[in-house]
Design a binder for this molecule. Structure first.
Ligand SMILES: [Zn+2]
Length: 289
């Protein structure tokens, strides 16, 4: 049975058995916000029961980005406004059918009953750079943090020093650059300037250890820099994609059990971003294919 554990005074975290995906329940002064609630029907039952038991008013659901494993909660809370970054709508226009297929495939593979077909949630509220949400005396800043995806956002709460990172800064998954290396690195540098005392990734282990928080930022920034520089140098020297992969594949990263294609697709993505030419499909576009 999945547990919903307190991490700070106002934050409870529910971790799914699927990809160790984290859902946030932020509560204060009789109000509640959810972030990426999911994933299995049983896990969502627990989140629904927790919200009902708290007697707090659910003010909204923040979706950190339009990847299928972050989108299954809103249908269980039909009254709650859905909040997302501006670029989410464009992602949905482009990939709604892919998202439906991915959810349907996952439900079939894992025998999740399909009472109704999945509809990717449409946002009620969107923002471009930053949105403030208020929970009594607590102010949550929802920040646009592109890099993993163009529509990616994270949450920051300054009093507790909480960063809800979304799909970044994980101890399980290598950074996955489905947007651009430039955006990802700029986002990490910007977030690293915040005072962070609790870090929760979208997948993996939350941490309050200052050394661990520092090391996750530093490790991911070094990795992203090395992959991009390696691919850019290869492009400059006129290397084909296959040679570039051979050259860059040994770059180390701190999350050895990551999604198996992630590192190679990152190298391909860097090759494309640096101006390399390919025939056919390469990089993270393969994830939608
Ligand atoms: Zn994602």
């Amino acid at each position: 049975m999945s547990k919903i554990e307190p991490l700070t005074k106002n934050l409870w975290v529910a971790q799914s058995a699927v990809f160790a995906t984290n859902s946030a329940l932020l509560l204060d002064a009789g109000s509640c916000y959810l972030v990426d609630p999911g994933i299995t029907p049983t896990e969502l039952d627990h989140i629904v029961a927790f919200v009902a038991g708290s007697r707090a008013t659910l003010r909204g659901i923040v979706l950190t980005h339009a990847h299928w494993d972050h989108l299954l909660g809103p249908e269980r809370f039909p009254q709650a406004p859905v909040i997302a970054q501006d670029a989410y709508r464009a992602l949905l226009r482009r990939h709604a059918s892919d998202l439906i297929r991915q959810v349907t495939d996952w439900r079939t593979e894992t025998d999740v009953p399909q009472e109704r077909s999945f509809v990717p949630p449409n946002p009620d509220v969107t923002f471009s750079k930053q949105l403030r949400l208020y929970l009594g005396p607590t102010t949550l800043r929802v920040l646009a943090t592109p890099g993993h995806a163009p529509d990616h956002c994270s949450l920051y709460e300054s009093r507790s020093g909480l960063l809800w990172a979304g799909d970044m800064l994980s101890d399980l998954e290598v950074p996955m650059v489905m947007d651009t290396f430039a955006a990802y690195r700029q986002t990490l540098r910007r977030l690293a300037a915040l005072e962070i005392r609790s870090l929760v990734p979208g997948h993996g282990t939350p941490t309050t250890d200052p050394r661990e928080i520092h090391d996750r930022f530093a490790g991911d920034l070094v990795y992203l820099g090395e992959v991009y520089d390696c691919a850019a140098k290869a492009v400059e020297q006129g290397a084909e994609l296959a040679e570039t992969l051979d050259c860059c594949v040994s770059i180390p990263f701190a999350q050895p059990d990551s999604y198996p294609n992630a590192h190679r697709w990152n190298i391909e993505q860097a090759y494309l971003e640096a101006g390399g030419k390919v025939t056919g499909i390469a990089g993270w576009a393969q994830d939608w294919a």
